[in-house]
Design a protein around this ligand. Structure first.
Ligand code: SPV
Ligand code: MN
Length: 620
């Protein structure tokens, strides 16, 4: 292959942007896919304002996005069957002699042949987009450089909102091979959406730090820097001394102007984004954080600069900050929402009435419309999303672009749990927290992935779908990481989904504001707590005060008792499930069993002394 003539021939004036990088690995990679995918032309994204504008314009011109009535707003649809991450067809390419345990994988030769088959000539009649982005701020030890190839202007446009340009970093990288690569084709289109969903594949090559994605448009399957890169990053991090986590970063504002940074890992669609942007606090990121120890302290950066958030139930009461952004002029891509006659988006749970007709991901829509399986089609998809820049939120934190990140004061683990754990609880220490809170997240599945919803699954650090090494090794990396720091941040668990006997949620949506404030106070020793067999829970008086201050409402002792009753039988059952899971897991570190055994013993001891359901007052 003559790289230079291939590039010059196809790129024309765009070639100067590549030439400046002086990176033979970049050039070879691009030339290889030009020859294989046969695009009509190639466009190179170098981070300039002009190239950002180019994607915005082209996405609309080619019909991948359509303009809405409000300035800067566009919408985009995906195939009815392409509305979430496809975990079944996301596989690791397994080189001979590798063992990735239970991870979904395919022999490398076979997988590469299959996906290269789908990529062959896939860009005929189209433009190939070559884009340089960075995971993390420019000139930061945290950051990873990324090269994205795609034939979708929607994907490229989304990436300009979600990620920082990486062109400048590419000019500087010392090891010219050290970057992540993503190759995506939407495949054959019908009515602007990927047609051949049966050929949807997301194949991950850990040896080459490359991910292939074909016949899909949903961002979780296509936007390389999001969940595709997370898998590559976890692999690198676990073989090194840092962490790549499915975590938000936010600052909680405490007394006297104090700011405490919290990271939080929650499975998809379990309140992670809405916590990161709660009223009264400031947001650094909502989805992916890298953590490193610098001068003995744990620090975190948001490797993104935008949000690809779930839009269902976003309304002016529960999520006022983002609601304002979504209903004001400015750059927003809405996906899989309902569009009415006035070119205004509607989503389930939005303020106001649902239109009587419109278009959505199923085409023309009216209430009661059914799909081919007889299932009623909702006005917007449950996993419909918005894409916005964090800087467009009123409560953006000023440290968003700090190349050194922010110091982590606390780590939160959350899940969707209707019957077992209390709304907020502090772990005894780092190892106890990682094992019994992070590694023991159990959550009911949601619409963010394709498949059945509501099935309880164990999801270590909410990262299960992205962990590219043996789960045991990943848990061990988390334990060791914290222990390597001079001082460990406090670890907490939260649960927004606890239900009473009547099946109703025991908490309001914004109660999380109080839990966040309580954690902030606890980190600084400003409140005391009650010891339970599973950690430390708040005192009633402290919460009552916070509910009055933060939520301007009363908080009754009865509410508190219902929410914070220690449910021993459920906790024991959970402990059993977790233990079984880790017994069947590859390379589980010894600490996991030690902590779980101690926790079980405590639960049994408390049960003997206090019974099955223990009110907090019994423990004071
Ligand atoms: C998630 O589902 O966790 C997301 C959206 O953040 S995506 O992974 O891109 O589907
Ligand atoms: Mn996520």
């Amino acid at each position: 292959m003559d790289v230079e003539s291939t590039l010059k021939g196809k790129l024309g004036s765009q070639y100067t942007k590549l030439e400046k990088l002086k990176n033979p690995h970049v050039n070879e990679f691009i030339a290889k896919y030009i020859l294989h995918c046969q695009p009509d032309s190639v466009y190179v994204f170098d981070g300039s304002a002009e190239s950002v504008e180019y994607f915005r314009k082209k996405a609309v011109e080619k019909g991948e996005e359509k303009p809405l009535a409000m300035e800067g707003h566009t919408y985009h649809f995906e195939n009815y069957a392409d509305q979430g991450r496809d975990t079944k067809n996301t596989r690791y390419l397994l080189p001979e002699g590798w063992d990735l345990g239970k991870l979904n994988s395919i022999p490398k030769k076979e997988g590469v042949a299959e996906v290269m088959g789908f990529l062959k000539d896939s860009m005929k009649g189209r433009e190939m987009i070559v884009a340089f982005f960075s995971l993390g701020p420019e000139d930061s030890i945290f950051s990873r450089s990324c090269l994205q190839i795609t034939d979708s202007y929607y994907v490229a446009h989304s990436e300009t909102i979600l990620y920082r340009s990486g062109y400048q970093n590419f000019l500087k990288i010392a090891d010219k091979k050290d970057f992540f690569k993503f190759v995506h084709t939407a495949g054959e289109l019908e009515n602007y959406v990927s047609k051949n969903i049966d050929k949807r594949r997301i194949y991950i090559d850990l040896e080459e730090n490359t991910v292939y994605s074909t016949n899909t448009q949903y961002a979780g399957n296509t936007v390389g820097l999001k969940k595709l890169a997370l898998r590559l990053a976890i692999n690198q991090a676990c073989h090194s001394d840092w962490l790549a986590e499915h975590m938000f970063i936010m600052a909680s504002h405490g007394p006297g102007g104090r700011k405490t940074y919290l990271t939080g890992a929650f499975p998809s669609a379990c309140g992670k984004t809405s916590t990161s942007m709660v009223r009264g606090e400031t947001i650094v990121g909502d989805d992916i954080a890298y953590l490193r120890i610098i001068d003995g302290k744990i620090r975190a950066v948001n490797v993104e600069k935008g949000i690809f958030g779930i839009i269902a139930d976003v309304n002016s009461r529960d999520d006022p900050v983002i609601y304002e952004t979504l209903t004001s002029p400015g750059e927003v891509i809405f996906s899989n929402v309902l569009i009415d006659d006035t070119e205004t988006p509607y989503w389930m749970g939005k303020d106001g009435e649902c239109p009587k007709k419109g278009i959505n991901h199923s085409g023309q829509w009216t209430p009661g419309k059914k799909d081919k399986d007889g299932k009623e089609i909702t006005p917007s998809h449950k996993n419909a999303r918005y894409t916005v820049a964090i800087s467009d939120l009123k409560n953006v934190d000023p440290e968003l672009d700090n190349p050194e990140g922010v110091e982590v004061g606390g780590v939160i683990y959350g899940g969707r749990d209707s019957d077992t754990t209390v709304p907020v609880e502090q772990a005894f220490d780092w190892v106890h927290g990682i094992v019994t809170k992070g590694a023991a997240i159990e959550s009911e599945t949601t619409a963010a992935t394709i498949g059945q919803e509501g099935v309880r699954k164990i999801n270590p650090m909410s990262n299960i779908e992205f962990v590219a090494v043996a789960i045991g090794d990943y848990v061990k990396a988390n334990i060791d990481f914290g222990l390597n720091a001079e001082k460990q941040p406090m670890i907490f668990s939260v649960n927004y989904f606890l239900k009473g006997k009547d099946g109703k949620y025991l908490n309001g949506k914004e109660d999380k504001r109080v839990w966040v404030k309580w954690m902030e106070l606890k980190i600084h020793g400003d409140v005391k707590a009650i010891k339970t067999p599973t950690g430390y829970i708040p005192h009633y008086a402290d919460l009552k005060k916070l509910f009055t201050e933060v939520m301007k409402r009363d908080y009754s002792l009865e509410e508190y008792n219902q929410q914070f009753t220690i449910r021993i039988p459920e906790l024991l059952a959970k402990a059993g499930r977790i233990e079984k899971y880790y017994k069947e897991t590859k390379n589980t570190p010894e600490e996991v069993f030690t902590e779980l055994t101690k926790q079980k013993e405590r639960l049994l001891e408390y049960q003997k002394k206090h019974g099955d359901y223990i009110k907090p007052e019994q423990l004071v």
